[in-house]
Ligand binder design. Structure first.
Ligand code: HEM
Ligand SMILES: *[C@@H]1O[C@H](CO)[C@@H](O)[C@H](O)[C@H]1NC(C)=O
Ligand SMILES: *[C@@H]1O[C@H](CO)[C@@H](O)[C@H](O)[C@H]1NC(C)=O
Ligand SMILES: *[C@@H]1O[C@H](CO)[C@@H](O)[C@H](O)[C@H]1NC(C)=O
Ligand SMILES: *[C@@H]1O[C@H](CO)[C@@H](O)[C@H](O)[C@H]1NC(C)=O
Ligand SMILES: CC(=O)N[C@H]1CO[C@H](CO)[C@@H](O)[C@@H]1O
Length: 464
């Protein structure tokens, strides 16, 4: 079999978007070689049916280029081998379902905090909202991971530290995989500062999690003793400790699981919210339609939004899904082809690596000629047969999907109720590093709804 192929020596990540788009143009599987080492060869699949075939049949992750990622996240869900993963995944799914409901009041509090933090920026020059969104997201992850009574002053300091550490880990992982030279451990360890930065950051995260683990064990014991299970809003860590008691996890795996959850949730949600604000800031009619829907909630002065209220907002869902379709923060997924897989005319070699092109697939012509355009309305029709893999597909898809959609929706509703978002005309440029995110053109300005509404009354057009 003869497949067209690419050879990449430098800027591995940056090239991945071009490679995806090229692959979809060719309309078939291609090969990607990172350097000349045959072990670093990947099939690249973009066709929606092919992507679905591989994601549904191959559950083992393949590690892009090295086992470096696995060294950091160990047996955390995202990187564990299927044999370890299977039983844990089932148990964690049940925990996520519970947390989605039990954390709603706390998440609302985080939303209110974000709105207050943004207040000094309102009716002023444009600014980069990334930092605000990242804080809100990390705090929200913390409220979900740690039991409610732990959310004290100390906890806020930890949020700050963990943001810096998580960003450092991401930078180090990026450098490690950047080109064929740093794939070499000797060069990475001896000629870059990244290795020591990574170890320092992991050390900090471990310390924070360890310290909290001790407190959570004490809470767990209390809960057992008094048989009160609902009075305390237990965090994910506490549930993991229960699984540890059942020998499903050991200490090290509990820490790696939390690391893995923080890393999976932090970048994806903060980049997505940033993209949503940018899309709304440059599509003001969409924004007004969204505002109209949000205003139709039964009680607009009620700050607490319950799960039931969230399910009544189809256009809000559509805005977030459409943003995720165009800008999937995880723009490709890699899997190990550990069984026989045939894609069209090609039989993939067993034990090979396969890259699934989420970005290209989400923009497939099946969405219509306007597939590259931001049109949330398309999500109000039947989309079941449309290609979309921003949360992956199959049994090993994103475990945080529903939880993250509800978090992003709450934060978005909070911002929309209070502010109108504008974005200047600079083109937003996306960069593929570990995650796909905007590198420039993402400055926005905020206008308080109250001042906008006054202006409109005076006959000014807000779509100026
Ligand atoms: C915008 C938000 C998010 C996006 C776009 C996203 C996307 C993804 C994708 C594409 C995968 C790989 C799926 C596959 O291989 O088929 C994944 C896996 C995963 N995600 Fe998310 N994710 C998001 C939020 C979250 C959040 C908030 C959490 C946790 C709190 C989370 C935890 C995980 C975990 C643990 C996995 C590994 C699942 C497994 O291997 O079983 N994600 N996510
Ligand atoms: C490819 O991987 C195999 C198995 O891990 C290893 O034995 C072999 O040395 C590798 N080849 C190269 C060129 O690195
Ligand atoms: C992150 O990296 C920078 C630069 O190497 C370093 O100064 C800082 O202490 C690190 N912070 C954390 C929390 O790891
Ligand atoms: C959410 O729904 C409940 C019951 O339908 C209602 O009482 C409450 O006011 C709603 N909340 C908002 C923010 O509209
Ligand atoms: C709406 O919510 C506010 C704030 O929680 C509450 O004071 C008010 O009574 C609610 N109005 C109705 C009609 O339920
Ligand atoms: C000084 C230093 O960090 N040396 C490292 C160079 O890389 C080798 C192989 O990975 C390590 O074992 C050394 O510790």
């Amino acid at each position: 079999m003869l497949l067209s192929s690419f050879v990449v020596f430098l800027a591995f990540w940056e090239r991945l978007l071009d490679i995806q788009m090229d692959c979809i143009k060719k309309g078939s599987v291609t090969l990607l070689h990172a350097g000349i080492n045959p072990n670093y060869t990947y099939y690249v699949a973009c066709d929606p049916d092919d992507v679905s075939t591989v994601l549904n049949s191959c559950l083992e992750r393949s590690f892009l280029l090295t086992d470096h990622v696995k060294a950091v996240f160990g047996n955390g869900l995202a990187t564990s081998s299927v044999s370890v993963w299977r039983s844990r995944r089932k148990r964690l799914e049940a925990v996520f379902n519970k947390l989605q409901f039990s954390t709603d009041v706390m998440v609302n509090e985080q939303t209110i905090l974000l709105i207050e933090e943004l207040a000094p920026k309102a009716d002023k020059a444009s600014f980069d909202p990334s930092r605000y969104l990242k804080y809100a997201i990390m705090r929200t992850l913390f409220t979900m991971i740690f039991t409610e009574s732990q959310h004290d002053e100390e906890f806020c300091k930890h949020v700050d530290l963990c943001i810096k550490a998580t960003e450092n880990v991401s930078k180090a992982l990026y450098v490690k995989h950047k080109n064929i030279f740093t794939h070499n451990n000797f060069i990475f360890n001896n000629c870059t500062k990244s290795k020591s930065m990574q170890e320092e950051a992991i050390g900090i995260l471990n310390d924070v999690i360890n310290e909290n683990m001790k407190k959570e064990i004490a809470i767990g014991n209390e809960v057992e003793k008094s048989q009160v299970t609902d009075s305390e809003k237990l965090g994910l860590l506490n549930y993991l400790l229960k699984l540890r008691a059942e020998s499903i996890y050991n200490d090290d795996d509990v820490i790696k699981e939390i690391l893995s959850i923080i890393f999976s949730g932090y970048f994806t949600m903060s980049y997505t919210l940033l993209n949503v604000l940018n899309m709304l800031g440059s599509h003001l009619t969409v924004q007004e339609k969204l505002y109209k829907e949000i205003s139709s909630l039964p009680n607009t002065s009620e700050k607490i939004i319950k799960m039931d209220n969230l399910s009544q907002l189809p256009f809000s869902d559509a805005v977030i899904m459409e943003t995720l379709r165009l800008y999937p923060p995880i723009s490709f997924i890699s899997r190990l082809v550990d069984k026989e897989v045939v894609l069209g005319k090609y039989k993939l070699e067993t034990n090979s690596n396969c890259l699934l092109c989420v970005y290209a697939m989400n923009r497939h012509p099946k969405w219509g000629e306007d597939a590259d355009e931001f049109k949330p309305e398309r999500w109000l029709e039947d989309v079941a047969s449309k290609p979309f893999a921003s949360f992956g597909l199959g049994e090993r898809n994103c475990i945080g999907k529903l939880w993250s959609l509800s978090i992003m929706k709450r934060l978005l509703i909070g911002i929309m109720r209070e502010y109108v978002v504008y974005r200047n005309a600079d083109a937003m440029t996306m960069k593929q590093k570990l995650f796909l995110h905007s590198e420039s053109g993402h400055y926005i300005s905020l206008q308080k709804r109250s001042t906008v509404e006054k202006k409109t009354v005076n006959g000014e057009n807000i779509n100026k």
